[in-house]
Design a protein around this ligand. Structure first.
Ligand SMILES: Cc1ncc(COP(=O)(O)O)c(C=O)c1O
Length: 411
């Protein structure tokens, strides 16, 4: 998608200095589960909480402040992935928004219709569709995963002229696999199906353009990219106009408000905007560049920086006796899952935690994948993900702690 070789270098030390949580001495590799937050993001949330803020639609400035914060957050998310603010639906989590979208889309499904899902996806891009399809009488066609590589197996073959929806991840939160999303959405488009792309794990690691991906609806979560705990679905407003989610009678029927249940967390909105602004400013640009241009340039620089740190991590893990790295995707985010012989994933992550190294273990909600891999009963895997602020020193700490597990020091 991007030529990272030409990206200007990222000031990693400068970024790290902006993240107060790093002062607590932990090497964070649990970014795929949620990143640490830079001070400008926390400050933006705090400033909103410390200001006069009332609910929307009031005739005074405290109400206008809430409205402006929501509008600014929509604009920021649109710039992040190449959408338009009028097509940005905001919500508490990607899971919540996917249930809302599945409920709305499935109103048009019936017997004989099919939805295409993958066994690579996080359960948030699986179960809402399985349950909506079951209610509508539609059936599911599964795209399998090759356990050796972690790649999807013939995803285009699952699309038929009965397909109504294709749901696919931009990147696996477990193995980092980046499927050929554009080819999959194009296959869906060719039969008139809607595509729903889970960009939660992709967006933090690469420049994203929803049009290039061919995503009709694109979901992301701000807390995976140094922002607050809120999420968005980005779509063409015309597509959103054609959908009718369940909603309260007095609540607005306008798009995108129609999809947003209840009073939003106004204080988090400036945090989301600050996270996008921070990302946009990671590398210098021309003074008159717009934010979208700066986001794309910075995301390319970030991708290159993370790839370099990740190469050290992956080399170290594959070079450690007793470590088995799961999957070998051709194109990936800087995320890896592994197991250490002689220790369960939970035992490994506990030991690493005792050494100040934060990783995740289990299935991280990639439930179908862990079943395919046959690892569920034995505790799944250990996951290490590189975040924007991950340093070589962090990697060396992780590798040293893993070597201790491998050497049996844990016992
Ligand atoms: C790839 C992926 N999709 C979806 C989700 C769910 O996101 P949320 O926590 O915003 O519901 C996650 C969270 O870990 C994820 O990693």
């Amino acid at each position: 998608m991007s030529d990272t070789s030409t990206a200007p270098p990222l000031d990693l030390d400068g970024l790290r200095a902006q993240v107060p949580a790093l002062g607590e001495g932990i090497a964070f590799f649990d970014g795929p589960g949620g990143t640490q937050v830079p001070a400008p993001v926390a400050d933006a949330v705090g400033a909103m909480l410390g200001s006069a803020v009332s609910n929307r639609h009031g005739p005074h400035h405290a109400s206008r402040r809430a409205e402006e914060a929501v509008a600014a957050a929509r604009h920021a998310v649109a710039d992040l992935v190449g959408g338009v603010p009028e097509g940005v639906v905001l919500g508490p989590s990607m899971t919540h928004l996917t249930y809302v979208m599945a409920g709305a889309l499935a109103k048009g499904w019936g017997e004989g219709d099919e939805v295409v899902l993958t066994r690579l996806d996080h359960d948030a891009n699986v179960r809402p569709w399985v349950q909506a399809a079951a209610r509508a009488g539609a059936s599911v066609r599964w795209v399998d995963v090759d356990p050796a590589t972690g790649e999807l197996v013939e995803p285009l073959a699952a699309v038929t002229d009965r397909t109504r929806l294709v749901a696919v991840t931009g990147a696996s939160n477990a193995l980092g696999t980046r499927p050929d999303v554009a080819a999959i959405t194009a296959a869906g488009d060719a039969v008139g199906a809607t595509s729903y792309v889970d960009g939660v794990h992709l967006t933090p690691h690469a420049p994203v353009d929803v049009a290039e991906l061919g995503a009709d609806l694109y979901a992301l979560s701000m807390y995976k990219l140094m922002g607050p705990h809120m999420a968005a679905v980005v779509a063409d407003p015309v597509l959103l106009e054609g959908l009718q989610p369940d909603k309260l009678v007095p609540a607005s029927d306008e798009v995108p408000l129609r999809f947003e249940h209840g009073t939003p967390p106004f204080e988090l909105m400036p945090g989301a905007t600050a996270a996008v602004d921070l990302l946009a400013g990671l590398v210098p640009g021309a003074p008159d560049d717009d934010r979208r241009t700066r986001v794309v340039r910075s995301a390319a620089a970030l991708e290159a920086s993370e790839e370099r740190v990740f190469a050290r991590l992956l080399d170290g893990l594959t070079g450690t006796d007793a470590v088995t790295v799961v999957g070998a995707p051709a194109r990936r985010t800087p995320t890896v899952s592994f197991r250490v012989a002689g220790a369960s994933p939970r035992e490994t992550s506990r030991w690493l935690g005792s050494r100040g190294v934060a990783v995740s273990d289990g299935d991280y909600y990639a439930r179908e994948l862990v079943e395919v891999l046959g690892l569920r009963a034995s505790g799944g895997m250990v996951r290490a993900g590189v975040a924007p602020y991950t340093s070589d020193d962090d990697v060396d700490r992780l590798l040293a702690a893993v070597a201790e597990v491998a050497d049996g020091a844990r016992a």
